[in-house]
Design a protein around this ligand. Structure first.
Ligand code: AP5
Length: 216
């Protein structure tokens, strides 16, 4: 099963992707997580990417495409879920070329729809594990022990780009630069829209139901 998750920042892509990957035993490839890992290690990619992420802007396509190509080669075979990539039409075109070269295809593009006010409420109270990347919400999805990751026990942190001003800028970037790729995939008959506004378990139920129908 090969999937792409699309949706505005805070739609729940990472949260739902983690559960799906666990249940279906496929690899989650999150460009946001890869970039943050590069930033924390201080690699040349990380140093460059930090300038953009901090302000809520997209990292340049050439840097992302170079980084993801390497990652895809290692993880494609067992099935994959792309979370946060592609995010521009040039990235989607580059992905098509890589997949064709390797004889893989996308089964579905899932678009999580969430209203703008909900996004701010979700992201300003998000807390993230520095070790495994799992995200929590102080009210909607709190950890069992306050401030600590359920899996790793690490102290949760708040992402630098999760303040209200940057979140609103990221929403604009999504509207202008990422949304056009929905049309790109509609032309390939791959798009399925899901209402991401329900409770975590309800949204997951909608996704699993859909996958049962579309992925053989
Ligand atoms: P990235 O890390 O991909 O961030 P994003 O797309 O903005 O998405 P988020 O991680 O903020 O949200 P999500 O949809 O995963 O939501 P989550 O499940 O955590 O990218 C960060 C930056 O990296 C970008 O701005 C850019 O600079 C750069 N970048 C990354 N990829 C790039 C690319 N391909 N090209 C260029 N630049 C790139 O949920 C959010 C919160 O809501 C959590 O607290 C969660 O617990 C809660 N929640 C989830 N679902 C529900 C629900 N149903 N009800 C209530 N609360 C919920």
């Amino acid at each position: 099963m090969n999937l792409i998750f699309l949706g505005p920042p805070g739609a729940g892509k990472g949260t739902q992707a983690q559960r799906l990957c666990w249940d279906y035993d496929v690899a989650q490839i999150s460009t946001g997580d890869l970039l943050r890992s590069n930033i924390s290690k201080g690699t040349p990619i990380g140093v460059e990417a930090d300038k953009y992420i901090h302000q809520g802007n997209l990292v340049p396509d050439e840097l992302i495409i170079g980084m993801i190509k390497d990652e895809l080669k290692y993880t494609l075979a067992g099935g994959f879920l792309l979370d946060g990539f592609p995010r521009t039409v040039p990235q989607a075109e580059a992905l098509d070329i890589v997949l064709k070269e390797m004889n893989f295809k996308i089964d579905a593009v899932l678009v999580l729809d969430v209203l703008s006010d909900e996004i701010v409420a979700r992201l300003t109270a998000r807390r993230t594990c520095p070790t495994c990347g799992k995200s929590y919400h102080l009210i909607f999805n709190p950890p069992a022990k306050e401030g600590l990751c359920d899996i790793e026990g690490s102290t949760l942190y708040q992402r630098k780009d999760d303040n209200e001003e940057t979140v609103k800028h990221r929403q604009e970037i999504y509207e202008n630069q990422t949304k056009p790729i929905i049309k790109y995939y509609e032309k390939q008959n791959l798009v399925h829209k899901i209402n991401g506004l329900g409770k975590l378990d309800d949204v997951y139920y909608l996704i699993k139901n859909l996958l049962q129908k579309i992925v053989k």
